[in-house]
Design a binder for this molecule. Structure first.
Ligand SMILES: *[C@@H]1O[C@H](CO)[C@@H](O)[C@H](O)[C@H]1NC(C)=O
Ligand SMILES: *[C@@H]1O[C@H](CO)[C@@H](O)[C@H](O)[C@H]1NC(C)=O
Ligand SMILES: *[C@@H]1O[C@H](CO)[C@@H](O)[C@H](O)[C@H]1NC(C)=O
Ligand SMILES: *[C@@H]1O[C@H](CO)[C@@H](O)[C@H](O)[C@H]1NC(C)=O
Ligand SMILES: *[C@@H]1O[C@H](CO)[C@@H](O)[C@H](O)[C@H]1NC(C)=O
Ligand SMILES: CC(=O)N[C@H]1CO[C@H](CO)[C@@H](O)[C@@H]1O
Length: 531
């Protein structure tokens, strides 16, 4: 009797384990093979046991110096039939859409998808933000935030952007005087500007005195801590397999149930950052409550005014803080890397660099021939930026070749749905890789060539859906105008001050971290120009 029941228990467990192995490891492969059989030439399969898509990025990076190598390869093979690739992440199966028409449909079907919790820091910081909001809540938030990102509104941010550009230039000049071969880490320099811009746009004040103290006693800016938190939250998942597994199984509850050492470490820092933001928000609310005349034109005041004046606004402190963190994350690294890519290509193309510099000088001095040298940048006006056609095209071409957001993060499908002829089941994943048609020779001739002129002089009339670096549909990037304004302003500033030269001894590697871009930040260096 005893032996028999032991036998049953063992059998039961063995079956359970076999089932788990089947579900977690074999099943995704079978589903993907079925998809291949069903859709034939139109689909390719990207499968890795256990890990999935992140492994393919990693493989491309290690073997080909480019995490997106596999997508570029698909685009280069002139089969003309590919529309989608099937992939797995862990035990989930998903489809990634490549064809612009299908991508459009994905972005029109938001109600059928739910964003995944990308990492714990992401979840903790952004879960109340526009990024994760859905339905009516999303509509309300987007409308509210949209007001401040309106093109006409952005003109008010230009003085700040210019001031910050001049500030980093002063520092660079000092450094270069001491050592002309100085390594400058240009993306980092750009991010000093973009991070402070977000801060000012949001809080109306500088972040200079908003410091965070870490456990080891070291102090750093709130913005640096935010970026490093998000990076660390991904890094610990990559380094600790147990943590990864725990996260895959427990999802957002992993923090709460038997937290590991790394999780506690991360959570402490997250709590600290949120508390620091909250302090600023509450202090400002008090000030405005006492005297609404102190109102200034920035996000925080806009939110708080609405909260004070409209009791049914639905706005919460959590939402305000989450949107600050969200905008900060979305507006700092991306714009910095975009500009870094543009500077890299300019360093390789001295002729285009010269033409761009001439354009900047021509446009600014058009109003007044007497403006020269150091005064050029300070007399840059908002309207000038719209006239810098080549600089604009340089940024667009950089975004085409190396888009920081190469697609969208995977989402869960919440009900069975068809995109084109492709059937997705509830629980599947879906994402897009815009980068596909941006490197497709049938869409862009010589796709690997940096050619900003392809965007100029009426060349631009290509299908708008072939080029969507800011995503598309109602949930596209809310900060796209601001990003382009910042990018052009930084380009103009650097072009006027420096010759941009390539660092021939550095190897060029493209890596997918949270965004996509160069893994090194010393691909160019600057030589001071005599003005
Ligand atoms: C990757 O970069 C290294 C160093 O620059 C180079 O030697 C190697 O050939 C590159 N690999 C490929 C596949 O391009
Ligand atoms: C994108 O590339 C695919 C594959 O070559 C092509 O069939 C499709 O027409 C392109 N999409 C557009 C909108 O041009
Ligand atoms: C992500 O986490 C939040 C809680 O923070 C939860 O409400 C939501 O359902 C989670 N989403 C998914 C797809 O697991
Ligand atoms: C160029 O790249 C090399 C190799 O990584 C690096 O040691 C050097 O500091 C870089 N030079 C500049 C000026 O950035
Ligand atoms: C249009 O694009 C082509 C190819 O990119 C380029 O060579 C040409 O100069 C552009 N035409 C104009 C008028 O700029
Ligand atoms: C892909 C990526 O994130 N690239 C870089 C963007 O810029 C920052 C700031 O220098 C780098 O740390 C990233 O590696």
């Amino acid at each position: 009797m005893l032996v028999e029941s032991l036998l049953y228990i063992t059998l039961f467990f063995a079956l359970g384990i076999i089932f788990l192995i089947f579900r977690a490891i074999i099943y995704p492969k079978i589903r993907l093979l079925q998809l291949k059989k069903k859709y034939g030439d139109k689909i390719q399969i990207v499968h890795h046991y256990g890990t999935g898509l992140p492994m393919e990025y990693r493989k491309g990076f290690v073997e080909r110096n480019d995490s997106m190598a596999f997508v570029r390869k698909m685009a280069a093979e002139k089969t003309n039939k590919m529309q989608v690739f099937g992939f797995n992440i862990g035990y989930n199966v998903g489809l990634s859409f490549l064809d612009p028409e299908l991508i459009k449909q994905v972005h029109q079907s938001h109600d059928a998808f739910q964003k995944i919790n990308i990492s714990q820091a992401f979840n903790y910081l952004f879960s109340d933000s526009l990024f994760y909001a859905t339905g009516k809540n999303w509509q309300r938030q987007r409308q509210f935030l949209g007001k401040s990102f309106h093109f006409d509104e952005i003109r008010n941010y230009l003085p700040s952007i210019k001031e910050l550009c001049s500030k980093v230039t002063d520092q660079l000049n000092k450094d270069l005087k001491a050592n002309p071969q100085q390594e400058i880490q240009v993306i980092n320099v750009c991010e000093k500007i973009t991070s402070e811009v977000v801060f000012r746009v949001f809080f109306g004040s500088t972040q200079e005195n908003m410091m965070i103290t870490r456990e080891d006693g070291s102090q750093l800016h709130l913005s640096e801590e935010l970026v490093s938190l998000i990076m660390d939250s991904f890094r610990i998942l990559q380094q600790n397999k147990l943590l990864l597994l725990k996260n895959l199984i427990l999802k957002s509850y992993s923090f709460k149930i038997f937290p590991l050492k790394e999780e506690k470490w991360l959570l402490n820092r997250l709590v600290q950052v949120k508390a620091a933001c909250e302090k600023v928000v509450l202090k400002r609310k008090e000030e405005l409550q006492q005297n609404l005349d102190q109102y200034k034109n920035n996000f925080l005041d806009l939110y708080l005014k609405e909260m004070i004046e409209n009791k049914n606004s639905g706005i919460t402190y959590d939402e305000i803080i989450a949107n600050f963190c969200g905008l900060f994350f979305a507006g700092t690294d991306t714009t910095g890397n975009m500009t870094g890519v543009a500077l890299y290509y300019l360093s390789l193309n001295p002729q285009i660099q010269k033409e761009a510099r001439d354009e900047v000088i021509r446009v600014i001095s058009k109003k007044n021939q007497d403006i020269k040298g150091n005064d050029l940048f300070s007399s840059l006006q908002f309207e000038d930026l719209s006239n810098m056609n080549l600089c604009n095209s340089i940024l667009k071409e950089s975004l085409r070749l190396i888009p920081p957001a190469f697609g969208v993060f995977p989402r869960y499908v919440t009900r069975d749905i068809k995109i084109g002829q492709y059937e997705l089941k509830k629980g599947d994943l879906v994402n897009t890789h815009f980068i596909y048609n941006q490197s497709n020779p049938q869409t862009f001739t010589n796709p690997d060539k940096f050619d900003p002129y392809r965007w100029m002089n009426g060349n631009e009339s290509q299908n708008a859906f072939n080029f969507t670096p800011f995503s598309l549909g109602p949930r596209n990037c809310i900060g796209q105008h601001l990003a382009m304004i910042e990018g052009k302003c930084m380009l103009a500033n650097f072009l006027l001050n420096y010759d941009i030269l390539p660092n021939e001894s550095q190897k060029v590697q493209l890596e997918m971290k949270i965004i996509y871009g160069f893994s090194q930040d010393n691909l160019v260096y600057f030589k001071k120009r005599q003005q």
